[in-house]
Unconditional design. Structure first.
Length: 147
């Protein structure tokens, strides 16, 4: 049985290894100062950012998800972006990722959002199998310009 709840400041030590695992998966290194700022934003009520954790029956944090609300030119309501989703390897395929997505969907509904969306890398086949079950592909392709 997995329990999904908002992460609290006291969860930092458990969150950090999963955050590092997420970065290793995507082969990025987010600076420590950015990680510190991000963590503080999750716990600042003035920020539109949220972090949830999935805890197994022993209380171990086994998955994380981060969500950000923003305005859109397409909807009068808020839009919710599920930015980061990571589940420990031994928990994949057990419904943990789907439960984290569902919790963000609930949060988006609670805030009256008009859309929940996310992206993944095209090579992330295992996650894409889950995403194809719980959502529809938009058909959009992301581009980035370095600033």
């Amino acid at each position: 049985m997995t329990t999904i709840r908002l992460l609290q400041p006291s969860d930092r030590a458990a969150w950090e290894p999963l955050w590092q695992g997420y970065q290793r998966f995507y082969e990025v290194a987010i600076p420590a100062a950015t990680t510190e700022l991000t963590w503080s934003r999750f716990h600042n009520p003035a920020e539109p950012m949220h972090a949830f954790g999935a805890f197994d029956e022993t209380g171990r944090l086994v998955g994380i998800v981060h969500a950000i609300f923003h305005r859109s030119t397409w909807f009068p309501e808020w839009t919710c972006y599920l930015q980061d989703l990571y589940v420990e390897a031994d928990q994949r395929g057990l419904g943990t990722g789907a439960a984290l997505i569902d919790r963000v969907a609930d949060l988006a509904r609670e805030h009256g959002a008009g859309r929940l969306y996310w992206m993944t890398h095209e090579t992330n086949e295992r996650a894409r199998r889950l995403y194809d079950q719980v959502a529809q592909r938009s058909g959009f392709i992301q581009y980035r310009k370095q600033l």
